[in-house]
Design a protein around this ligand. Structure first.
Ligand SMILES: [Zn+2]
Length: 364
């Protein structure tokens, strides 16, 4: 069986996503990262005329902004959550390196036009090269490296992998790829197969939202719980039907605990339509402070010293609204960061018994 490892230059792929969308003629085009490794492996197997390749592992190397302007919290959180999704949902091995923005905005357009600052990405290329070469030198780790790249910096590593007797395939995008890789005669001896063009595989790679039947898990759901939806819940995430989410949002918006509620709804479940758009969650611990049993909400007093509002429908992992008690230790995700004038909002509230903390203490 053909053992394959995939090495993705995530920064390059991310930067060239608009190019793929343009080639597809659909500004909303997104790659289905769950399908990407298998599609590439199949493409190699087709060229090699073998069946059922053994996809050993997929690595993605990327970066994340650090020390940036707080106004850019949202995109950074999304990116962090995207990496988490790759790991949790699709079992990618993700290696992420920080880029120091020195307190500046992420987008050049948002910065002072006179500001000549250019963020410097560190380590991403070298990490990809090191990992690919490390496994090439490791007996039986892989037969074939598929590199999803475009920059010419990787030339030496592909040559070294091939000198070790392992094969290389390069997957790239037309118009975003260094000439050395494309060269018909393969003068630099970089690859063992024809180029794999992602732009030829868009049909197979497109993220599609297909309707499926899911059961609404809201305690306030009325009628048949089975609903047809394009929503794809993440692992461990509860599914609430549109009706219940609207109800939740309406109740939430009417809560008199501060201004600026409308803005926050941009991050609500309602607007979450793609896996990439899932709000990233920071986890906190605390205890239940108050429960408004009849109203369906309560407040958590968190270890960070702040209070967090939570709704009954955000309980998960064994936390039951009917039996939930005040002072119960809980763990939750921060949906809205607290500010001076209002409490934060919590979601994914689960019971967090002290004893499990000792068992799991080293897992993070
Ligand atoms: Zn429902």
């Amino acid at each position: 069986m053909l053992k394959i490892m995939v090495f993705i230059d995530g920064t390059w792929l991310y930067a060239n996503m608009p190019k793929l969308a343009q080639l597809r003629g659909d500004p909303d085009f997104h790659i289905d990262y769950g399908l990407l490794p298998k599609t590439l492996a199949d493409s190699v197997a087709e060229q090699m005329r073998t069946s059922e390749p053994d996809l050993v592992r997929t690595y993605l190397f990327g970066s994340i902004a650090d020390n940036y302007d707080p106004r850019d919290e949202d995109p950074v959180r999304r990116r962090r959550d995207f990496y988490r999704m790759l790991k949790e949902e699709f079992h990618y091995d993700v290696e992420v390196f920080t880029v120091n923005y020195y307190g500046k905005r992420l987008r050049p357009d948002d910065r002072d036009p006179k500001d000549r600052f250019e963020p410097k990405e560190k380590c991403v290329d070298i990490a990809l090269a090191t990992t690919a070469l490390f496994y090439a030198a490791m007996p039986y780790a892989y037969d074939f490296a598929i590199a999803v790249v475009g920059d010419r910096d990787f030339i030496p590593v592909f040559q070294a992998i091939r000198r070790l007797g392992k094969r290389v395939a390069i997957a790239s995008i037309r118009g975003c790829c260094s000439g050395e890789y494309i060269d018909q005669e393969n003068k630099d001896r970089l690859r063992d197969l024809d180029m794999i063009w992602l732009d030829d595989l868009l049909d197979r790679l497109e993220l599609r939202y297909e309707n499926q039947w899911l059961e609404c898990e809201s305690p306030y759901h009325t009628g048949d719980r089975k609903v047809l939806t394009t929503f794809r819940p993440r692992k461990g995430q509860r599914f609430y039907c549109e009706e219940c989410r609207k109800l939740y949002q309406a109740q939430h918006d009417s809560m008199a605990y501060g201004i600026g509620r409308q803005k926050e709804s941009a991050l609500s479940l309602d607007s979450v339509s793609t896996v990439q758009d899932m709000p990233a969650m920071e986890l906190r611990k605390g205890v239940i402070k108050t429960i408004k049993r009849d109203k369906g909400y309560g407040f958590i007093s968190a270890d960070d010293g702040n209070d967090y509002f939570f709704h009954a429908s955000t309980l998960c992992e064994g936390a039951d609204w009917e039996t939930l008690k005040e002072n119960a230790p809980v763990r939750f995700a921060v949906k809205t960061v607290p500010s001076v004038e209002k409490a934060g909002a919590a979601t994914n509230v689960s019971l967090y018994p002290e004893e499990s903390e000792h068992h799991n203490g080293n897992e993070l």
